[in-house]
Design a protein. Structure first.
Length: 287
């Protein structure tokens, strides 16, 4: 199993021969086999997997605490950026879109570079924070203009994101959701389908469909599509949880905690944006 996050997909590619100290070929084989189904293996299968050699790691190995700490740091930086973005949006709206483009560049850099660099991960969190602050202000202003009685749009989106994260984490740790081959195939079909629909919606929006919202602004269909996006982003968290869990079990280097926290942050940002759009469209439909 691999996460939909390309960031987390690089975990099994990190240590080339002569690089970070892994026995690369053996370690890659073990990790690939672990991530194809360890989360749902029974005790006998897990014991068989345990007979495989653990990749050699030079220095400290990543732990769950490392991932939690790095994720917390990224979120603090994200919040600082969001406050700045919110303050700048009314007078300098162009900053939001510049931040979005820079964030895209930093995201690609962090995704495809062989060795994760913490300053770039933090820079991504900061720039994406500016973008989120700006786009949140824009959604809030749009809703307030159309429906002054509706308040708390952004706070509701934040709470919704946190609740979705908590629910998915509970479902994953309780093994109620099992990240196996079937789950992965269903998610990949859903992700590809949603990406195609989103692209078509963007093109349609250019021609004024849905009042500039594309398919998302087409009545009940648009709301259902938004709800599907929220559910898809939420369930994608399970793929990220599984990738993080397997990376820890494989004893990857401590520096990989930055990549894991970065990958999780990408999914959470996507989830927040989906919830924010859904809530905005619901509010606008009440006008």
């Amino acid at each position: 199993m691999q996460s939909r996050n390309p960031i987390l997909n690089r975990i099994d590619k990190e240590a080339a021969p002569g690089g970070s100290g892994f026995a690369y070929d053996e370690g890659r084989s073990a990790y690939q086999q672990a991530t194809t189904g360890l989360a749902t293996m029974d005790a006998a299968q897990a014991a068989g997997m345990g007979q495989m050699h653990t990749p050699e790691v030079t220095g400290a190995r990543v732990t769950l605490n490392d991932v939690i700490v790095k994720t917390g740091i990224n979120f603090v930086v994200l919040i600082v950026g969001a406050v700045i973005g919110w303050q700048l949006a009314p007078t300098m709206p162009w900053v939001t879109w510049v931040a979005m483009l820079i964030g895209l560049g930093l995201g690609l850099a962090n995704t495809f570079m062989k060795s994760i660099k913490p300053p770039l991960a933090l820079a991504y969190a900061f720039v994406e924070g500016i973008f989120l602050g700006g786009i949140s202000w824009w959604y809030d202003a749009l809703v307030q203009q159309s429906n002054p009685q509706y308040t708390g749009l952004v706070s509701q989106a934040i709470i919704g994101t946190l609740v979705a994260f908590g629910v998915m984490l509970a479902l994953y740790t309780g093994r109620i959701i099992k990240v196996n081959g079937t789950f992965m195939k269903v998610m990949m079909v859903a992700l590809i389908s949603y990406a195609v629909i989103a692209l078509a919606s963007f093109v349609a929006a250019l021609f004024g469909v849905g009042g500039g919202w594309g398919f998302y602004g087409v009545g009940t269909l648009g709301l259902l599509l938004c709800a599907f996006g929220v559910l898809l982003a939420a369930f994608t968290l399970n793929l990220d949880f599984a990738a993080i869990e397997q990376g820890i079990k494989m004893g990857l280097p401590e520096r990989e905690s930055w990549r894991m926290s970065f990958g999780l942050l990408v999914t959470l940002i996507w989830l927040y944006l989906e919830i924010l759009r859904l809530l905005a469209l619901v509010a606008l439909s009440r006008d």
